[in-house]
Design a protein around this ligand. Structure first.
Ligand code: PLP
Length: 358
């Protein structure tokens, strides 16, 4: 099977091997060593010297953890959204009592840094800015470097913090968390990290820790202060997803062996092939070409075809893709190409597509 959904993603052989080992004590020396290795590896990929913490949850749990640790109910929050996952981040903030101002771009377009700048001027007391690095529902990558610069230029007295959903970007697209001024970066094991589902990882800046100390939102399982405290002695507050961490360690070793720049270049190449191949089949790309994602390609379902039938026709040929989200359910196909992916996988998708749309 050619699993080409934008998460969970296929596991390389050494990761499959790593996740099938004997269980270990999560409060023993093997675990300490494991946690140390994955923490160093994730730091390297995120290009950060901040704390990196692991939570046993999916990506959405990581987003919720960021909110409950940094929000005080009633705080103003600026949510920059260009699709379903940006909307979800905003919804989580709202659920915990934030006064959310939304800066939207139409689905398929990237966030406009000028619009974000204007919004920050209109809402000068915003405490948090929420940004999606790569919007998986539309196949759009935002210009995080520029958005980070805009937020930094408006920062007074430590606010606003920049919280970044990098769940479908980290490990596949360049991300310089510290240089770009990201206070919290959230990712998840089952996307470009080539590991099984079950882990969210968060980097947390010193500025964010200061806010976390004062924030009044209730939190327990996701209390990052506890996670930081225990991480200092090589443990997690609660029983962690040990096998997912072992898989992640093997995946990080693979990324290091390939080299991060080579990993990013491979993602650029497969994404380019996917887009060009789809165009050659007469399919229309959903995302603005200037901001097309290197980890997921969204395509319009051709006129006269049914989206669900098309997904099924691909499935019958061994290619598993995702459908559209929200208003584009049934009208869009999404092909994931992050993590363990090469040209042959994309060529397989294109061959199946050629048959399915013929
Ligand atoms: C996958 C994804 C999520 C989280 O999804 P989970 O199913 O909770 O892991 C959030 N944001 C983006 C951009 C994603 O791609």
């Amino acid at each position: 099977m050619n699993l080409r959904v934008p998460g969970p993603t296929p596991l390389p052989p050494e990761v499959r091997q790593a996740v099938s080992g004997a269980m270990i004590n999560h409060r023993g020396p093997e675990f300490r060593e494991l946690l140390g290795a994955v923490t160093a590896g994730v730091r390297e990929v995120l290009q950060t010297s901040n704390d990196v913490l692991f939570l046993t949850t999916s990506g959405t749990g990581g987003l919720e953890a960021a909110i409950v640790n940094l929000l005080s109910p009633g705080d103003r929050v600026l949510a920059v959204t260009v699709g379903a996952f940006g909307d979800r981040f905003a919804e989580i903030a709202r659920a915990f009592g934030a006064e959310v101002t939304v800066v939207e771009a139409p689905w398929g377009r990237a966030a406009d840094p000028l619009a974000v700048e204007e919004a920050l001027e209109r809402v000068p007391d915003a405490r948090l800015v929420l940004v999606t690095h790569n919007e998986t529902s539309t196949g759009v990558a935002n210009d995080l470097a520029t958005l980070g610069e805009v937020v930094r230029a408006h920062r007074r007295g430590g606010y606003p913090l920049l919280l970044v959903d990098a769940i479908s970007s980290a490990g596949a697209m360049p991300l310089f968390a510290d240089d770009w001024g990201c206070d919290v970066v959230i990712s998840a094991s089952h996307k470009a990290w080539m590991a099984p589902p079950g882990l969210a990882m968060l980097s947390v800046s010193e500025r964010a820790w200061a806010v976390a100390e004062r924030a009044t939102c209730p939190r327990f399982y996701f209390d990052l202060r506890r996670a930081r405290h225990l991480a200092a002695r090589g443990e997690t507050p609660w029983t962690p997803a040990v096998h997912a961490l072992q898989g992640l360690r093997a995946a990080l070793a693979r990324m290091r062996a390939e080299g991060l720049d080579a990993v990013y270049a491979r993602h650029r190449r497969v994404a380019h092939r996917m887009r060009e191949g789809a165009r050659a089949l007469g399919l229309e790309l959903f995302a603005d070409p200037a901001h097309a994602s290197n980890t997921v390609t969204a395509l319009y379902v051709p006129e006269g075809k049914d989206g669900e039938a098309l997904v099924a026709a691909l499935r019958a040929q061994g290619v598993i893709v995702a459908g559209g989200m929200g208003p584009f359910r049934g009208r869009v196909l999404r092909v994931g190409h992050m993590g363990y992916v090469d040209m042959a996988d994309i060529d397989g998708v294109l061959r199946a597509l050629a048959t399915a749309v013929a």
